[in-house]
Write a protein that binds this ligand. Structure first.
Ligand code: G16
Length: 513
């Protein structure tokens, strides 16, 4: 079996991963020596089913592994055992790594039953190459990214402990909440679906610092149900319905994390029982609107705010799927808000932007309105985990914005209306036959597929449809939108059929929805 370092590392059935984990321990140790910094290795398969597992490597500033090293990871993962030493030497030579240098690797894991032995395999790999390790045990993926960044910034970003994480985020949230007018207990109430993963226990730790400014009811906390099964952010986004295991009434504000708590989506049902989803696009809109307003109030015309993959009064950019691509695009701006529709995202502030905000927040000769806006911006910077998408941090920011603006989830939803849409998966014998261009919006192979999609799209009003190979599951993803749900469903089905026929579909042809 050939494994590819995909959208977010390696991911497949846990039984096939023991050697991959050991080798990623080796690679992380080399990467640590190369960068002279601490590297992170997170054992998780995020939104995938319980029987899968995976590994994500974290670079020095808490960002995802750089693309050139993804290739080394793929090479090392697929090398025959007898050639492993030669493959390691090859990387050492190509990267001119000094093996006498110290190396340090932080390791974390999610709640999957396979994660304990697989993270031990990572640790074994680190020790085999003489690296030091710190085992954080059960943490969310974004918490491990945060720890790596704290360690390499020598504490400037925060303290590299779970306690340090909880107190930094909650202090910023409490400072933001002071700007909200009095709210009833009902308005402070949030229902959280923990996807039966690591997010639920970690949220409880944060909650204990929140001084009841947020009242959280956690469902799917892992005490009974199965990880990501009929619950979690991916299920809610794709199925467009509430998770099982959550008892909510019309109007209740709810959100779902995914299995390793790096994604979040919000939702509610209305009095007619209709389900309303507030996905990553709506989250990006809420956050970038809030930031734009603060920038106007603070009087800073010089900071450029960019919103990636949403559409409101700010510069818009689209990239290929994967927060690793969005993250780099967002770094080009003073303030970069990036979210994938699936709820994976964060906000980046450039060094210049952070310094300007800090100066303004300290300034004594600006008026009260500007001062208030500057302090809000400063606490917004602190509540955000800038290293990667973080469900807990995003949730705190969203809750603070809604409280400050006195906004209900319905008012947030009304900022704009989504076109009805549908996402489907098609299994093909080799998903790599589908190659794309234009930020994965057009397929260049197999021959005839894009022409077929274009022809189908023309049959519907306000329609678009994209196909691309998933980087985390062995499937092709199909997305379609149109003027009505029936049309979106029909278009998604027709495009799925085209993929099945032209790209080597496996099994029976997809059935209409
Ligand atoms: C990872 C990536 C995301 C991506 C998602 C699904 O998230 O970090 O950027 O959107 O996989 O990717 P794909 O559609 O290619 O399977 P996670 O939360 O699953 O680690």
């Amino acid at each position: 079996m050939v494994l590819q370092y995909g959208t977010a590392g390696f991911r497949t059935n846990a039984k096939q991963l023991d050697h991959i984990m050991f080798r990623m321990g080796l690679l992380a140790t080399l990467r640590s020596r190369k960068t002279k910094a601490t590297i992170g290795v997170m054992v998780t398969a995020s939104h995938n089913p319980e029987e899968d597992n995976g590994v994500k490597l974290i670079d020095p500033m808490g960002e995802m592994l750089t693309a050139t090293w993804e290739d080394f990871a793929t090479q090392l993962a697929n090398t025959e055992q007898k050639e492993l030493l030669a493959a390691l030497k090859d990387i050492i030579n190509k990267e001119a790594i000094n093996m006498k240098l110290e190396a340090e690797v932080f390791v974390g894991k999610d709640t999957r039953s396979s994660s304990a032995s697989l993270s031990q395999a990572v640790l074994d790999g680190v020790h085999a190459l003489g690296g030091q390790s710190k085992d954080y045990g059960l943490v969310t993926t974004p918490q491990l990214h945060y720890m790596v960044c704290c360690q390499n910034s020598h504490g400037q970003y925060g303290e590299a402990t779970v306690e340090g994480y909880c107190s930094k985020l909650s202090q910023a949230f409490l400072a933001l909440s002071k700007n909200a007018s009095n709210r009833t207990d009902d308005q402070k109430h949030l229902f959280v679906d923990g996807a039966n993963g690591i997010g639920a226990p970690k949220l409880r730790e944060v909650e204990s610092h929140l001084k009841k400014q947020l009242q959280i009811s956690i469902f799917n906390d892992g005490s009974r149900g199965k990880l990501n099964h009929q619950c979690g952010a991916d299920f809610v986004k794709v199925q467009q319905k509430p998770p099982t295991g959550v008892e909510i009434s019309p109007g209740d504000r709810c959100c779902s994390f995914d299995g390793d708590a790096d994604r979040i989506v919000y939702y509610y049902t209305d009095s007619r029982g209709f389900f309303h989803l507030l996905d990553g696009d709506k989250i990006a809109t809420l956050i970038s609107t809030f930031l734009k307003e603060l920038l106007v109030q603070v009087g800073s015309q010089t900071l450029r705010c960019c919103c990636l993959c949403c559409y409101k009064e700010v510069i818009v950019r689209c990239t290929k799927t994967g927060v690793k691509h969005l993250h780099h695009a967002a770094q080009e701006f003073d303030i970069g808000v990036y979210f994938e529709a699936n709820g994976h995202g964060t906000v980046l502030f450039s060094k210049t932007a952070e310094e300007k905000v800090q100066l303004l927040a300290k300034s004594t000769n600006i008026n009260d309105e500007r001062k208030r806006a500057a302090l809000l911006l400063q606490n917004t910077v602190n509540v955000i985990n800038q290293t990667v998408g973080d469900a807990i941090s995003d949730m705190l920011l969203i809750e603070a914005i809604l409280a400050i603006k006195g906004m209900t989830v319905q008012q947030w939803d009304a900022i704009y209306s989504d076109l009805p849409n549908r996402q489907l998966k098609v299994t093909v014998s080799d998903r790599r036959v589908i190659e794309t261009t234009d930020a994965e919006r057009r397929a260049v192979s197999p021959a005839g597929l894009q022409e077929a999609i274009d022809g189908l799209v023309k049959k519907y009003k306000q329609a678009r449809s994209f196909v691309r190979p998933s980087g985390t599951e062995d499937v092709v993803r199909v997305y379609a939108e149109a003027d009505s749900q029936e049309s979106a469903d029909a278009l998604a089905h027709e495009v799925s059929l085209a993929v099945h026929r032209l790209a080597g579909g496996v099994g029976a042809e997809p059935k209409p929805l």
